[in-house]
Design a protein around this ligand. Sequence first.
Ligand SMILES: Cc1cc2nc3c(=O)[nH]c(=O)nc-3n(C[C@H](O)[C@H](O)[C@H](O)COP(=O)(O)OP(=O)(O)OC[C@H]3O[C@@H](n4cnc5c(N)ncnc54)[C@H](O)[C@@H]3O)c2cc1C
Length: 286
Amino acid sequence: MRFAVPLILYGDRPQREAFLPAVAAGEMRGAWALTEVEGGSHTRDLRTRARRVADGFTLTGEKAFVFNGPDADGILVAAAQEERTGAFLLTPPLEGMTAVRESWTVGARGASIGTLRFQACRLSPGARLGGEDGPGKEDLERLPHGRLLMAGYSLGVGQACLEAAIRHGRERMVGGRPIVRFQEVHFKIADMQVGVDVARQLALRAAWLVDRGKGSATEASVAKLFASETVALCAQQCAQIYGGQSVLQGGRADRLWRDSRVAMVAGGTAEMHRFLIASELLAGRA
Ligand SMILES: Cc1cc2nc3c(=O)[nH]c(=O)nc-3n(C[C@H](O)[C@H](O)[C@H](O)COP(=O)(O)OP(=O)(O)OC[C@H]3O[C@@H](n4cnc5c(N)ncnc54)[C@H](O)[C@@H]3O)c2cc1C
């Protein structure tokens, strides 16, 4: 989504044709590379630089934590170009580019997350997204879709926590009774249901606004922030219902707790979303 949506919105015809049909058919994997090791949450001063040369561009710099990075067939890289910023489309493998998979992440292990290094990596003249008048990094960062993606991820993990907790609570017998009979377990299940339900409504509202062309990054931030904190709570409650089993590596509660960690950071940390929401409100834009 973070690769394809910018292409749909800003790509020129050859760029869209080169990637979108294959991405839509599930034959191509895309990645969005913004984060840098030195910058982290502060993406303002990009160190990755694109330089215009006679036959295209050269790209130099390093990107961290890129989802799908080591396995991507197409990558959109945010970089500074002279006084501006922009995004550049690459099709690996490329001379001057190396991709290194991070050691195993605690959760979301189905995806590969990696570091990308560019050393005077040569790009074609048509590599800049949308051409010379293409979007800046800020235009792409403001798109709500990446936040919605992480709201959806969080909802999925939160719902899985709820279902696992109910299943385990019904099966686990203590003192001759299934533990779901205890009020303390009831309350945890109720709290999880309320959280997941509200998170779903917020995500649906934000997605509905996007579909009508009225969506803003603020509603998407609200949805992402709430869903990511809800999934952290759900994973904790689920683990508590699993009792001692929750600390066994490789168990259901262990996996869900590990997957919940990813939601708190990927797509922007909870702290940065709070900052963004308040800034928009205080500036009268939300
Ligand atoms: C699983 C996963 C997938 C990811 N996928 C991608 C991807 O596909 N593409 C991509 O470009 N990036 C990706 N990222 C990177 C992600 O966006 C960053 O990890 C995130 O923005 C935080 O940056 P950081 O890890 O450097 O943390 P830091 O910026 O070092 O932050 C550390 C802590 O300090 C807090 N902090 C930092 N600055 C402030 C501030 N100004 N005010 C208050 N608190 C602050 C943070 O909230 C956090 O709690 C991914 C990360 C993960 C974990």
